[in-house]
Design a protein around this ligand. Structure first.
Ligand code: CMX
Length: 441
């Protein structure tokens, strides 16, 4: 058994004692109450999910395993010659909460290479789709296709299924999935945008560098990939992609079913597709309002109001939990400011100008509870600068990163034996009766 799996087995066993104690001794302690607006309005803020992989504070932003983004980047072992950690080191950290030693990272790097081999039927399935399918359809299909070889599904139907060790099979699938998803994403990129010019993975490279290599990018892009996949990995478990993955897996659907579903949620314009929408908005703004002229704050303000007045949202702004600028936005903005060339890039200038104007516009508009930018407002600029200009691909990049968080979460879900998810519905008649006579709780 690898060091990672051994560490995880020990931690799950220790943690289960805490979960079981909470359930048995304190199961009736009330931690929250639900209002009518929460029941109708997308369950906002209801504390009804448990995860220790990450936590999202409305004002501070995300912490992975208790660490902020700068602390995470600082603490983890770096890729050779880079100031960014390898995704493999981050995977160890997300799963266990421990900063891995060099020896532990080396072991993950080695195992990753074995697991990253994608069955050839995945290529056949993706190639069989219409070439103008959205790349998220291709990614979700590619992941779902691998279901037939799920180790968890085989264990479940083996006749020897045992809840106590079920997590080990989820772990196996989850690990295979995170190792394979960047290879599948690169395949989709090459299929759709590079005339099916496929590049084999280089076994000497870590995940970030390998992704850069496979999509024909420069060496510097390896850091973009590492940063990007880590930043997008997890945002606690209530967001649509993580929650969908958790929900589907709670029915003991295996990780392939679960993450394919999660990706379908990520593909929504209010969630992960917003990074594509941001680029689309900027390009249309340039065509319609600038026509070759320099951007000005006045023109941006006009375009933002036109968008709002036509009933659309400003993509990349607002958030269901955050009430300040998303630190994932800030991390990417800092990357731009620290990268010669990028900080003077015309698109980065437009994005920075939108940042100066949009929060005020949204505050005057008076609807959005959070007028500040989220992760998606900044991510496309970096891709664009490095030549990844096919912006319908950007959500696929998000999906590669998000796999890390979703897969770590469901491994723990199974380890702790979380049951099938099944909230209770009520009727509108019932809400009206409670509105007239609020129940005594
Ligand atoms: N532009 C215009 N209106 C916005 C807005 C924005 N960026 N953000 C919120 N609003 C509106 C909502 O549509 C809602 O309007 P109605 O009352 O007419 O329904 C109102 O403000 C209140 O919404 P909220 O409570 O502030 O935000 P929600 O929790 O309902 O939604 C989110 C959050 C992210 C879906 C929303 O802010 C939005 O649509 N943003 C733009 C899309 C986006 O960037 N999504 C990516 C989020 C990050 C991610 O998941 O990747």
């Amino acid at each position: 058994m690898s060091q990672l799996k051994q560490t995880l087995a020990k931690k799950i066993a220790e943690h289960s004692v805490r979960t079981q104690r909470l359930l048995k001794e304190f199961g009736n302690v009330v931690i929250d109450k639900v209002t009518i607006s929460q029941a109708i309005g997308g369950m906002r803020d209801i504390k009804a999910l448990v995860t220790d992989i990450s936590y999202l504070d409305p004002f501070e932003g995300i912490r992975f395993r208790g660490k902020t983004i700068p602390e995470t980047f600082e603490a983890l072992p770096k890729a050779p010659g880079s100031k960014y950690p390898t995704v493999e080191a981050f995977w160890y950290f997300l799963l266990t909460g421990d900063i891995p030693t060099k020896e532990q990272v080396d072991e993950v790097l080695k195992e990753w290479k074995v697991r990253q081999v994608v069955p050839s039927y995945v290529w056949d399935a993706i190639r069989a789709l219409p070439r103008d399918s959205h790349p998220m359809v291709m990614l979700s299909t590619g992941i779902l296709t691998m279901q037939k070889d799920s180790k968890f599904a085989k264990f479940y139907s083996s006749g020897n299924f045992n809840k106590k060790v079920a997590w080990e099979y989820v772990y196996e699938d989850a690990y295979d999935l995170v190792a394979r998803i960047p290879i599948i994403a690169a395949f989709i990129y090459n299929l759709k945008y590079r005339g099916d010019f496929q590049v084999a993975p280089d076994p000497s490279l870590d995940m970030g560098a390998n992704f850069a290599h496979m999509i024909g990018q420069c060496k510097e892009y390896a850091d973009v990939a590492r940063m990007y996949f880590i930043l997008h990995s997890d945002h606690e478990s209530g967001n649509v992609s993580a929650h969908t993955t958790h929900l589907v897996h709670s029915a003991l659907s295996d990780p392939y079913y679960a993450y394919s579903a999660g990706l379908n949620g990520l593909a929504g314009p209010l969630h992960g597709l917003a990074n594509q929408e941001v680029l689309d908005w900027i390009i249309k703004f340039e065509e319609k309002y600038l026509k070759g002229a320099e951007p000005t704050k006045e023109l941006i303000e006009k375009a933002l109001w036109d968008t709002l007045n036509s009933g659309q949202v400003i993509p990349g702004y607002g958030h269901a939990v955050l009430r300040k600028t998303d630190p994932r936005y800030t991390a990417q903005r800092n990357f731009c400011l620290e990268t010669p060339g990028l900080k003077d890039d015309p698109l980065f200038k437009v994005v920075s100008m939108i940042y100066e104007v949009a929060p005020d516009v949204l505050m005057k508009h008076g609807k959005a509870k959070n007028p500040w930018p989220n992760v998606d407002a900044q991510s496309g600029v970096i891709q664009w600068y490095y030549g990844v200009r096919e912006w319908d691909f950007y959500t696929v990049l998000f999906g590669v990163g998000r796999a890390l968080g979703c897969m770590a979460n469901i491994t723990w879900d199974r380890g702790l034996g979380y049951p099938i998810e099944r909230p209770k519905s009520v009727t509108t008649d019932m809400l009206e009766q409670w509105a007239a006579n609020p129940p005594q709780l």
